[in-house]
Ligand binder design. Structure first.
Ligand SMILES: *[C@@H]1O[C@H](CO)[C@@H](O)[C@H](O)[C@H]1NC(C)=O
Ligand SMILES: *[C@@H]1O[C@H](CO)[C@@H](O)[C@H](O)[C@H]1NC(C)=O
Ligand SMILES: *[C@@H]1O[C@H](CO)[C@@H](O)[C@H](O)[C@H]1NC(C)=O
Ligand SMILES: *[C@@H]1O[C@H](CO)[C@@H](O)[C@H](O)[C@H]1NC(C)=O
Ligand SMILES: *[C@@H]1O[C@H](CO)[C@@H](O)[C@H](O)[C@H]1NC(C)=O
Length: 396
């Protein structure tokens, strides 16, 4: 009797716990789903019903009495010349009357002063310039874009560590602005201004976060294919595209944008800032746009969209550039992947796995192809991977 009672009791507890669990899961998913559905409906309605992106008018230009020649970032939307604390003008050649290097890709990684380990992981893996040179004979230049540590107390310690780091690797580009979320547009401007001044010959420019993984061999192969079809290497801005995204007006959001900063109901199309590539001509156009546009909007991807819109450039979707999401770990994915977001601790292991020669040998041929397509459908077309590559990408 007593045993029985205990069993029932246990069962009830289990039932209660299970119910709670299920409820929690449903609630969490519903919230996600709801958010997802609502934001999609909104962006689709802007895209297909309103279908008008004429909002951006000259109110975004800075008034002509504020015009400037060169410099970077904004005080009240105007460019300011932030001083370079670390710079490497000779990174792409061209110093002391020497000829410039034939750079395929200038790779900017947006980093923060304290992220020493992330930078090291990138240099050791996908950002290894010598690897690309040795394996593919291509010239890639990697530099890190930084501001200064926002905390005054830690700044001098961090700066001297950066000094040592830069002494060894010579790849830090730092300007004298606070490295904060709301100064990301300053970092964007730094990249396009540096590129314009010191590496204008680069065929492509990439901007990437320091917590993404780039499958460099696949990227280089893709860029070379574009170059071989001359027309496609121009006017290119490629990544994971956000179309018709509405500004977030909830004050508690990190991405909150007030009406006086951006009065219109939708942003121009832009690519996720986690990682995108532009061709050299587009980089030059963006540079020009930063000279005349008001840069007080602090979401850097959106500012990029505004610059591009002003210059008549529109972004292109590529199925294997991820937005916020992390790509599934599978060789059939590695065969195509370009970027994946959210990698800090597993960069080394992923680099090993993704560049293993068997990835290529096993995905080829009729059977390999068939197997991988099925595998990718299983990985990408299930709802819980909605944040990375789209289901469509499974069929490429
Ligand atoms: C730009 O658009 C805003 C909002 O629609 C409007 O208030 C403003 O008058 C426009 N400015 C110009 C110069 O057309
Ligand atoms: C605003 O800037 C854009 C982009 O440079 C330019 O095409 C346009 O003529 C400018 N408009 C005014 C009114 O200055
Ligand atoms: C840039 O836009 C902000 C917000 O709309 C405004 O306060 C600022 O005066 C503008 N700056 C210039 C230089 O036009
Ligand atoms: C970078 O790549 C080269 C060439 O493949 C290799 O010899 C070197 O060890 C790599 N560097 C690091 C830090 O892994
Ligand atoms: C951006 O950097 C500048 C220069 O250091 C600083 O004055 C400003 O407060 C920073 N802005 C934000 C929002 O952190």
């Amino acid at each position: 009797m007593f045993m029985n009672f205990r069993r029932i009791h246990k069962c009830q507890v289990m039932q209660l716990l299970t119910t709670c669990m299920v409820l929690c899961v449903v609630m969490v998913c519903w919230d996600e789903l709801d958010h997802h559905v609502v934001s999609h409906m909104r962006s689709y309605s802007y895209r297909y019903l309103v279908n008008s992106y004429d909002f951006l008018n000259s109110s975004f230009n800075i008034s002509s009495n504020h015009h400037r020649k060169d410099g970077s970032n904004d005080v009240d939307g105007r460019l300011v010349n932030y001083q370079y604390l670390f710079n490497h003008p000779g990174k792409c050649g061209g110093g002391d009357g020497k000829s410039r290097d034939d750079v395929l890709l200038l790779l900017f990684v947006k980093s923060s002063p304290e992220n020493f380990e992330r930078r090291q992981a990138i240099r050791d893996t996908w950002g290894n310039e010598s690897f690309v040179r040795a394996e593919q004979g291509a010239t890639v230049r990697l530099v890190f874009a930084l501001g200064v540590h926002p905390d005054v107390g830690q700044r001098s310690r961090v700066q001297s560590a950066l000094m040592q780091e830069d002494h060894i690797y010579g790849d830090l580009i730092q300007q004298n602005f606070l490295d904060t979320f709301h100064n990301l547009t300053a970092k964007l401007i730094l990249q396009f201004h540096w590129g314009h001044k010191y590496c204008p010959q680069a065929r492509f420019l990439m901007s990437a976060d320091d917590d993404i993984f780039v499958h460099m061999p696949n990227l280089v192969k893709y860029l070379r294919q574009l170059l071989s079809k001359k027309s496609e290497a121009k006017d290119l801005w490629v990544g994971h595209v956000h179309r018709g995204a509405p500004p977030i007006r909830r004050k508690d959001s990190k991405y909150y944008v007030p009406y006086d900063l951006y009065p219109w109901p939708s942003y121009p199309d832009y690519t996720a800032g986690a990682g995108y590539v532009v061709s050299g001509d587009v980089a030059a156009k963006i540079y020009q746009a930063t000279l005349v546009l008001n840069s007080s909007i602090y979401i850097d991807d959106v500012f990029m969209g505004i610059c591009a819109k002003a210059m008549g450039v529109s972004p292109q979707e590529h199925g294997y550039f991820s937005g916020e999401g992390k790509a599934p770990y599978h060789p059939c994915i590695y065969y195509h992947m370009i970027t994946s977001h959210g990698h800090t601790t597993d960069v080394h292991s992923l680099w090993q796995a993704a560049t293993d020669p068997t990835v290529y040998s096993n995905s080829r041929g009729f059977m390999g192809n068939l197997y991988c397509t099925v595998k990718r459908v299983m990985l990408l077309c299930l709802p819980y991977y909605q944040n990375t590559y789209s289901c469509m990408a499974a069929f490429t």
